[in-house]
Design a protein around this ligand. Structure first.
Ligand code: NAP
Length: 290
């Protein structure tokens, strides 16, 4: 069987062009506040990559770096002030938050600026299909499938991973009674007995586990579509940086077996930032009509 490589770039290019066009049409700069509490290296790397991508499409970023020693009340107040700031249209709070800063600080983001659907309220809206913005990674999976003409209605999608950031919201979106949903969804996790029994039943398998290469060739059925959300850093002395990024899927084992597979890097992750910036521009457009 030929295995199609589902690349993110061609879809991301289209989204970025649309975002740049819409940003340029606004009478003010669409602005994203990136809140970073502490100095987690992965968060710093992700923030820098958002800033670079934003600059290319005319979205202004405001990096708000906070020292965890200021305490959770002060962090919450800073986020609340961004929610009230009319010059800010989107807010993301980088995760993981340091010890002592509870995840509840994200409840201070108003839904209209919650461009990655982080607060409980935004997630509740998502559950009922009335969200302002969906989480970017879950949305990236849908955009990836849609952009490659892979239909969802009637398909059995098996998601491995039940996090609030990826697995759960994705399951929710896939269950929608719509052209971009209407799938039958199974969600697996570490408590699932006989994971392979489930993954082999997938028409579309989504791996969001954070476990390098955990989905092996013998865990999928021939012809399945495999979407790899995982981004894992593994040591690689042969590379200049000393490490490389791999997904949750043993990519080489999918060739000739899956009908399509997303690469890592160059797959879902490529779309996530483009979709985040699109949400910022949508939030700014909404603000301009108020
Ligand atoms: P997470 O919060 O650590 O959740 C991982 C989930 O996978 C959990 O539900 C866990 O089960 C499940 N899991 C882990 N090992 C498993 C196993 N052996 N069998 C079955 N289930 C297993 O991670 P996350 O934030 O959802 O992220 C998942 C991956 O996606 C990571 O690699 C992350 O870097 C990547 N990611 C990528 C993007 C992107 O833009 N491409 C964005 C966000 C995250 P339990 O609940 O039972 O522990």
């Amino acid at each position: 069987m030929d295995t199609v490589l589902l690349k993110g770039k061609p879809i991301a290019v289209g989204i970025r062009e649309d975002v740049a066009h819409r940003a340029a049409a606004l009478p003010f700069d669409p602005t994203l506040a990136i809140v970073m509490v502490g100095d987690d290296p992965a968060s710093a790397y992700y923030s820098a990559s958002i800033e670079r991508a934003a600059a290319k499409v005319g979205v202004v970023t405001r990096l708000v770096e906070l020292d965890p020693s200021i305490g959770s009340e002060t962090v919450a107040r800073a986020i609340r002030e961004l929610s009230q700031d009319t010059l800010v249209h989107g807010i993301i709070v980088q995760q993981p938050l340091p010890v002592g800063i509870p995840p509840a600080v994200v409840e201070q983001i108003v839904p209209g600026k919650d461009v990655d659907c982080a607060s409980t309220y935004s997630l509740g809206l998502l559950m009922t299909g009335r969200e302002v913005f969906a989480p970017c990674t879950a949305l990236a999976v849908l955009e990836m499938l849609h952009g490659h003409d892979i239909a969802l209605p009637g398909k059995h999608v098996v998601i491995v991973g039940r996090s609030t950031v990826v697995g759960k919201p994705l399951a929710n979106l896939l269950l929608r009674k719509s052209e971009r949903g209407n799938a039958t969804v199974t969600v697996c996790h570490t408590g699932t007995s006989d994971l392979t029994l489930h993954t082999r039943q997938a028409d579309i398998l989504v791996a969001a586990m954070g476990r390098p290469g955990a989905i092996r060739g013998d865990m999928i059925s021939e012809g399945a579509v495999v979407v790899d959300v995982g981004v894992n850093q593994i040591d690689d002395p042969s590379s200049k940086k000393g490490y490389r990024l791999v997904g949750d899927v043993a990519f080489d084992e999918m060739t000739g077996l899956a009908s399509a597979v997303t690469p890592v890097p160059g797959g879902v992750g490529t779309l996530t930032t483009a979709l985040l910036l699109r949400s910022v521009v949508v939030a700014a457009e909404d603000a301009s009509t108020l």
